[in-house]
Write a protein that binds this ligand. Structure first.
Ligand SMILES: *[C@@H]1O[C@H](CO)[C@@H](O)[C@H](O)[C@H]1NC(C)=O
Ligand SMILES: *[C@@H]1O[C@H](CO)[C@@H](O)[C@H](O)[C@H]1NC(C)=O
Length: 220
């Protein structure tokens, strides 16, 4: 009897875990995304190209060795390589990014609603961190990374990277979605279009309305 109960629990746990999958599991070997569904043959995520017409370039993206321009207000530059850049990633549940950081450059606090991220530093020194959910006490998990160090940012959690070294820094990250999505906290909260009512934010942040107006200004 106990064994039967254990088996029943195991089977239902497996059923639940599979129904919580994020990106759709591929139902065919490949499903290269196309924009014009007129020539599509399947749908699983985006429309799929006819496999007979698939070519190497559908799975290819060049030039990720080239440093990006970090002369901007954050001092950082993210080059995303997801299903928009590589249509062959459609339904495969994975993508990539290169991040360049000027000295003192910041990839500001943000979250990926659909992906866990694993990041490797190839040059420089980054102070990185993520914050756990309310239920886990909003604990800050943080570390300083050097070249060769790897760090994980769990799905949905707010995280950041800040270049604390004297030189530029470079990192590459893999993400567990063909299209992870990005929500930058400052931009979403203070730079929405149209802006969130000042009184809502004043109450949420427990400050005067003029402080909120100041925070909204750079995005106006
Ligand atoms: C990132 O770098 C590329 C190429 O160097 C540049 O075209 C782009 O404008 C940069 N993006 C930002 C946000 O600075
Ligand atoms: C980098 O971007 C800045 C600001 O857009 C621009 O002034 C500068 O010429 C760019 N540098 C390179 C090497 O393209």
């Amino acid at each position: 009897m106990k064994l039967l109960v254990a088996i029943a629990i195991l089977v239902s746990a497996l059923a639940i875990s599979s129904s919580f999958a994020y990106d759709p599991s591929p139902l065919q070997d490949i499903c290269v995304a196309i924009n014009n569904p007129k020539n599509a043959v399947f749908v699983n995520g985006r429309f799929c190209k006819d496999p007979k017409l698939v070519e190497a370039n559908d799975f290819f993206f060049p030039g990720l060795n080239v440093p990006r321009n970090t002369t901007n207000k954050d001092g950082s530059n993210v080059t995303a390589v997801n299903v928009d850049q590589i249509p062959g990633l459609n339904t495969l549940g994975i993508s990539l990014a290169r991040v360049d950081y000027a000295p003192n450059g910041l990839n500001p606090p943000h979250t990926h609603p659909r992906a866990t991220e694993i990041l490797v530093v190839v040059e420089g020194e980054l102070h990185v961190g993520f914050v756990t959910s309310n239920q886990l006490g909003n604990k800050l998990i943080t570390k300083v990374l050097k070249a060769g160090d790897v760090f994980v940012f769990p799905i949905g959690l707010i995280h950041f990277q800040w270049n604390v070294g004297k030189t530029k820094a470079v990192a590459f990250a893999a993400l567990s979605s063909q299209f992870p999505g990005v929500i930058t906290i400052s931009k979403s909260v203070f730079g929405s279009n149209p802006p969130i009512n000042v009184n809502v934010l004043a109450k949420a942040f427990q400050v005067d309305a003029n402080v909120i107006e100041k925070l909204q200004k750079p995005f106006a």
